[in-house]
Design a protein around this ligand. Structure first.
Ligand code: BGC
Length: 473
């Protein structure tokens, strides 16, 4: 019996004819061992293409495999004051990290960007950042610092990394809709804003990076075996410590440590069709009505921005076929994006025979009067099944990175609301990883809000690289 039939056998409160229909609708979502292997092979292939020295070959890959120019991890000898910035969502963070023999004391302040700033000219965004740094340095009594404070900047938008402190924006994503900025260097934009708004600010922008890179740096501070950083929130992406000899396009020196952090940008994998083999009608419909059609294909199978909508589409199909809610689709259930990933997390938080949270969500969808005990059981099953599939897909890609790191023990630092709050994502990811027999002992840890602190750590690494004359490009 396959895993899906096993699931059906466990659904004792559901009538046999409904179980059969449910199984038929869920069947295309089932990931066989062969499909998982194909996802891993595709990822490996995409990585190989993206790291080629030949530009035409690189263009055949959907992912970036951006060389971050971060070569060093912290080793516990660090001292001094460093700053980190974290821009990616609507909350922007400034962080002060004081290091004493490698032990960090971190102060953080949050600033909120308004809708107006998010959709206006990008100079507004960078002016806002400059003024926030000024405000924060006053609070920390660092505004009159004689020495410039080394600063790391987490800028979580796909960018072409030119140097440790230079990255060209390829596209805005998430809630950022500035009409300009694409094609420009985010560090220069910030430096210009600082000279406009606060020219005497004592900061030196040493590093710019994605949130995955800074999460990895923060994770490595928590656990020295950490070699991979993953974001599993609204969007998704990963960075890992790659051996230099595996990166054909790498042109820097081969000094110790013979490694560099690589920002995979895996969200766009599949945009050129390489993942069509597992895409279902649900993925296609999520994409069709999303903000960035035909883009972020991989992300759309599991990331927080899309998972709720994915589940909603399955529920609508089941309802239209008479398996759920007596065949009646309420206006709420029919509304796109109304069913959030947070709802999926709530439903999956019900334990055993307790169905209180599921019923609360059904109430929000105005389904409470229609929902029988059988419906509740089916809704729970659908959420659990879609989440297991989502976790397996992301874990398959992660397994390829673990194979590349190629160490007996590897810790993966993960940040993001989906991973943090969903009660089963972690376990399902671990389930697949152990089935894959990777010959590596794998640990997944939460590195909550690590990207501000990690940005400061990347600045520390940047200074060390300068001191030791380690050159990446
Ligand atoms: C962006 C990545 C980012 C990820 C996680 C994606 O949408 O393209 O650059 O790392 O979200 O925030």
């Amino acid at each position: 019996m396959d895993a899906l039939s096993n699931r059906m056998a466990r659904l004792s409160s559901v009538a046999d004819d409904k179980k059969l229909m449910l199984q038929e609708i869920l069947q295309p979502l089932y990931l066989s061992e062969e499909t998982i292997k194909r996802i891993m092979d595709t990822m490996e292939d995409q990585m190989r293409l993206a790291t080629s020295k030949d530009e035409a070959t690189r263009k055949k890959s959907d992912i970036l495999m951006a060389i971050t120019h971060v070569r060093c991890l912290l080793d516990g000898r660090e001292n001094g004051d460093f700053l980190g910035l974290d821009l990616g969502g609507t909350n922007f963070r400034v962080v002060h990290v004081n290091l004493k023999d490698g032990v960090a004391t971190t102060n953080t302040k949050y600033y909120s960007l308004t809708e107006e700033v998010l959709s206006g000219p990008c100079a507004g965004v960078f002016d806002f950042i400059a003024l926030s740094i000024e405000d924060f340095l006053k609070q920390e009594n660092l505004i009159s610092s004689e020495q410039k404070l080394p600063l790391g900047f987490t800028f979580s938008f796909p960018s072409t990394q030119i140097a440790l402190n230079s990255a060209i924006l390829l596209t805005w994503t998430k809630s950022f809709k500035c009409p300009d900025g694409v094609g420009q260097d985010s560090v220069k934009l910030l430096e210009e804003a600082i000279s406009r708004k606060s020219p005497n600010l004592p900061v030196d922008i040493v590093a710019v990076m994605s949130d995955t890179t800074s999460t990895l740096m923060a994770g490595n501070y928590l656990d020295k075996k950490c070699r991979i950083g993953v974001i599993l929130g609204t969007g998704s992406n990963a960075a890992f410590v790659e051996h230099l000899e595996n990166i054909e396009k790498y042109t820097g020196d081969f000094k110790e440590p013979k490694q560099v952090l690589v920002n995979v940008e895996w969200g766009c994998m599949g945009d050129g069709g390489c993942l069509d083999f597992y895409k279902t009608e649900f993925e296609k419909e999520v994409d069709q009505y999303s903000n960035h059609v035909n883009s972020f294909t991989f992300e759309k199978s599991f990331a927080g921005m899309y998972l709720g909508e994915f589940v909603r589409l399955v529920l609508v199909k089941l309802t239209k076929q008479g398996v759920l809610f007596n065949g009646q689709v309420t206006e709420e259930l029919a509304t796109r994006w109304k069913f959030t990933s947070g709802f999926v997390t709530e439903i999956d938080s019900d334990k055993g025979n307790d169905t209180a949270k599921t019923r609360q969500i059904l109430e929000k969808m105005k389904l409470e009067k229609l929902a029988t005990d059988e419906d509740v059981a089916i809704v729970r099953e659908v959420c659990d099944f879609v989440v297991q599939r989502a976790s397996y897909i992301v874990a398959a890609a992660l397994a390829v990175l673990i194979r590349h790191v190629n160490l007996p023990e590897v810790t993966v630092a993960i940040d993001g609301s989906l991973y943090e709050h969903h009660p089963k994502f972690h376990n399902y990811m671990m389930e697949l990883i152990s089935q894959l027999n990777l010959h590596t002992q794998v640990k997944l840890i939460l590195a909550k809000d690590g990207s501000g602190q990690g940005a400061a750590f990347a600045a520390v690494a940047g200074l060390r690289q300068k001191e030791e004359n380690i050159v990446s490009s």
